[in-house]
Write a protein that binds this ligand. Structure first.
Ligand code: CP
Length: 271
């Protein structure tokens, strides 16, 4: 497995690398592909992929441009796994999120999910919406500062699939009703205008006080990394599932690698 990471990562990269090691395979990578691979000399993503597929059986790619994994897949003859394409999609995160919901609350149907924070730039919530739409009786609440509301493509997708969604400004109202609170970081690196970032940050924080109105059976998730949107005194609450969620990434990625490296595997979906 080759890992081509043009953006920073802790969980996705290390869990993929650990997954491949545990399956008995090996990993090829460069530190920070944007700086230390020949991309720094002007090589296109397509040429890099055509080259690396000669050395590896699959490529895990994180890139700053939306649609980059699809571009890579269009020239590759080996599986390409999208580890995050700018503000586009993060499908393997969404799979581990589903796995976490199933493990934590015991079902994927008839759930109410509050998605909070930077919903415009948050690729994890975009992918999670798409996967949740495959299950029955899902209610999604979007809670976001005005400058980073969920984009229309996802809202239209959910509507077309018959998923109930609504935008709510009161986080307490959503917290009292949700089975899953899915918090996200305001992604400073994606803002063109620092005033927009200042307007968005700090608006929705999960703290001990808010946890008092969360149902005993509900959980708090976060794809991580966090900055200050969940206070650290929440970590010891048994309903804080985000570090268990990160650990689940290892098992889900082991399963994915086993699947896509199996004889005769044909990808039938590209996000
Ligand atoms: N959840 C996630 O994608 O984390 P990293 O950016 O650390 O990989």
């Amino acid at each position: 497995m080759s890992t081509l990471f043009y953006e920073p990562s802790t969980r996705t990269r290390l869990s993929f690398e650990s997954a491949m090691s545990r399956l008995g395979g090996t990993v090829l990578s460069t530190e920070s592909a944007g700086e230390y691979s020949s991309a720094a000399k002007g090589e296109t993503l397509e040429d890099t992929v055509r080259t690396v597929e000669g050395y590896a059986d699959c490529i895990v790619i994180r890139h700053f441009q939306e649609g980059s994994a699809k571009r890579a897949a269009s020239v590759a003859s080996i599986p390409i796994l999208n580890a995050g394409d700018g503000p586009g999609q993060h499908p393997t995160q969404a799979l581990l999120d589903l796995y976490t919901i199933q493990r934590e609350i015991g079902r994927l149907e008839s759930i109410k999910v509050g998605m909070i924070g930077d919903l415009a730039n948050g690729r994890t919530v975009r992918s999670l919406c798409m996967l949740l739409s495959m299950y029955n009786d899902i209610q999604i609440y979007f809670v976001a500062p005005d400058v980073v509301r969920m984009r229309d493509d996802v809202k239209n997708y959910l509507t077309a699939r018959g998923v109930r969604w609504t935008e709510v400004s009161d986080l307490r109202e959503v917290t009292a009703d949700a089975d899953v609170l899915y918090q996200t970081r305001i992604q400073r690196e994606r803002f063109q205008n620092p005033d927009d970032y200042a307007a968005a940050r700090g608006k929705y924080i999960i703290d001990r006080d808010l946890m008092r109105i969360l149902k005993p059976t509900a959980v708090v998730m976060h794809p991580l990394p966090r900055v200050d949107e969940i206070t650290t005194d929440v970590d010891s609450d048994p309903r804080a599932a985000y570090f268990r969620q990160a650990r689940n990434g290892l098992y889900v990625r082991m399963a994915l690698l086993k699947l896509c490296l199996a004889d005769g595997y044909q990808p039938d979906i590209a996000l």
